[in-house]
Ligand binder design. Structure first.
Ligand SMILES: O=C(O)CCC(=O)C(=O)O
Ligand SMILES: [Fe+2]
Length: 315
């Protein structure tokens, strides 16, 4: 196991810092994402009480009987509502992951061009506070993601509104995940989350309840990603790799099974997506990077559909 440590960055130093603090943040962020594909964000403004409350709701929801949870399984490729245990699998891996999850998307205004294009949220009537809690958390994560994307854009010489325009009315989702105790499971062939790359631009993970997350280093070794309460783990996804011609590669990661079969794990990634008509095309500063030929342009909506098929969420 490698001894390196994922870099920690203070968002406050970017938002409220001096010009040189801001430049340092952008440089450290760019370097961290190039080198590790992950960074840990401190001093953000998402209140811990909000996160703790959200986890309370998540734990209550997953305790419900399976037939109750299944009422909320939409016909939308798992994009909103409930997805049962052992449904999703990593691309090119036939063994399903040992997890169940729930997706919350953006609540669009009636006037949005994407109303009726993205699936509608579903809310469990059994846990009445879940809706309010998650809409607040969604807004807070969305606002933080825009600050981070703006900083990433600076490192790539992009106009300051490049990502803001791309993610306006974006199809971002919060995924609340329950990894049950692994007792009785085929833990030789199945893991909590097999090695994969995320589909989206960046992912922000707030406060998983247990360790187990690991990233794949460029030398092929696995590195533990440890975070403390109050920190957000951030990584890059396939859409970011695509528009940067792999200057910011998508990071392979996984969640390993616990040593002790009896402990559950909960986590809450926020997958930051563009709006579905955004064109994923190589940005000017990355054309020719590393002598690579960029992938052809594709809309974010088409790319998402393609990837949801590959991981078994759209049949
Ligand atoms: O549970 C975690 O810490 C990570 C989950 C993850 O990588 C995913 O759902 O894409
Ligand atoms: Fe992931």
């Amino acid at each position: 196991m490698s001894q390196r440590k994922v870099p920690e960055l203070s968002l406050l130093s970017y938002v409220n810092g001096s010009q040189s603090d801001k430049i340092k943040f952008v440089d450290d962020l760019t370097l961290g994402l190039k080198d590790y594909g992950f960074i840990i964000l401190k001093d953000h403004t998402i209140e811990q009480a909000k996160i703790d409350h959200a986890y309370d709701m998540v734990k209550e929801f997953f305790k419900l009987p399976l037939e109750t949870k299944q009422k909320y399984q939409g016909n939308n490729g798992g994009q909103r509502g409930y997805t049962p245990f052992k449904t999703e699998h990593a691309k090119n891996n036939k063994n399903p992951d040992l997890k169940e999850f729930w997706h919350v998307g953006r609540e669009l205004l009636a006037t949005s061009a994407y109303k009726g294009v993205y699936p509608e949220n579903v809310w469990p009537s059994e846990i009445t506070q879940l809706r309010q809690t998650f809409m607040e958390l969604y807004e807070a994560m969305d606002a933080t993601s825009i600050q981070l994307l703006e900083a990433i854009g600076k490192g790539l010489d992009l106009p300051s509104d490049y990502f803001t325009k791309m993610v306006h009315d974006g199809n971002s989702i919060i995924r609340m995940i329950h990894y049950p105790p692994t007792k009785g499971e085929d833990t030789k062939n199945s893991v909590r989350a097999a090695a994969h790359e995320d589909i989206n631009l960046i992912t922000m993970l707030v406060g998983a309840t247990d360790s187990g997350l690991q990233l794949l280093e460029r030398d092929g070794s696995w590195l533990d990603v440890e975070s403390r309460p109050g920190e957000i783990v951030v990584d890059t996804g396939d859409m970011m790799a695509r528009i940067t011609n792999n200057v910011l590669p998508s990071t392979t990661h996984r969640v390993i099974n616990p040593g002790d079969d009896g402990s559950a794990r909960f986590s809450m990634p926020f997958f930051v997506h563009p709006h579905s008509k955004a064109l994923l095309e190589c940005i000017p500063s990355c054309v020719g990077a590393g002598g690579r030929t960029p992938d052809p342009a594709i809309t974010a909506g088409d790319f998402l559909t393609q990837r949801l098929r590959e991981i078994g969420l759209i049949k």
